[in-house]
Design a protein around this ligand. Structure first.
Ligand code: AP5
Ligand code: ZN
Length: 213
């Protein structure tokens, strides 16, 4: 099963993608996590991506597409995957589509997690992230067992550089301009499913599993 998660920054794509990956036994692939891991490790790719991410801008398509296609070509993706944060532009979606078509394959579902802009800024300021293992928490909704420490790997939790309110506003603008058109793109392909992302995460997940079966 090949699934794409769509939605504004902070809509809960990553939260739901991890739950889907666990339940259906497919890898969770987040381009944002790949970039953040590279930044943490000080790689050349990380340094390049950071220039854009810190301003709330998208990393150029060429770089992002290359990384994503390398990742989905790995063995663990044979039976499917859940993509979180990719595609984010029409050109990215077109490349993915044509690569899958070459393999006689296609995306099964594009799940749009719908959350209005007003809720987003509040969510982001409460998010805490583990840059070591990618786990995500929220100071009110999903607190870690021990304040400031990742339950999974024991690393320190941080407010992401791009979760500061000024940057979140830029990310929302970029989302509306460049990513929202993908809703029409996947509607036309007949695979778009929208779920309400404002309800508690277990309820969002129940709506998603009702779609995926
Ligand atoms: P990326 O990491 O993909 O960020 P994003 O899309 O902005 O998404 P987020 O990770 O911020 O949010 P999310 O929807 O996953 O929400 P989460 O589950 O964490 O990308 C970062 C940057 O990398 C981009 O700005 C860009 O520069 C670059 N990039 C990445 N991919 C790219 C691409 N394809 N092309 C170009 N550039 C790219 O939830 C948010 C918070 O809310 C958490 O604290 C969570 O605990 C909480 N929460 C979740 N669900 C609920 C709920 N139902 N109720 C209450 N709280 C909830
Ligand atoms: Zn961790």
């Amino acid at each position: 099963m090949k699934i794409i998660m769509l939605g504004a920054p902070g809509a809960g794509k990553g939260t739901q993608a991890k739950m889907i990956a666990d339940k259906y036994g497919v890898p969770h692939i987040s381009t944002g996590d790949i970039f953040r891991a590279n930044i943490k490790n000080g790689t050349e790719l990380g340094m390049e991506a950071k220039k854009y991410m810190d301003q709330g801008l998208l990393v150029p398509d060429e770089l992002t597409v290359r990384i994503l296609l390398d990742r989905v070509a790995q063995d663990d993706c044979k039976n499917g995957y859940v993509l979180d944060g990719f595609p984010r532009t029409i050109p990215q979606a077109e490349v993915l589509d044509s690569e899958l078509t070459k393999l006689g394959d296609h995306i099964d579902y594009a799940i749009n997690v719908d959350v209005p802009d007003e809720n987003i800024v509040k969510r982001m300021s409460g998010r805490r992230a583990c840059l070591t293992c990618g786990a995500t928490y929220h100071i009110e909704h999903v607190p870690p067992k021990k304040e400031g420490i990742c339950d999974v790997c024991g690393s320190e939790l941080v407010l992401r550089d791009d979760d500061k309110p000024e940057t979140v506003k830029n990310r929302l603008n970029v989302y509306h301009e460049q990513t929202q058109p993908l809703i029409d793109f996947y509607t036309e392909k007949g695979v778009l499913k929208t779920v309400d992302g404002t309800v508690p995460m277990e309820e969002v997940f129940a709506a998603i599993t009702a779609i995926l079966g």
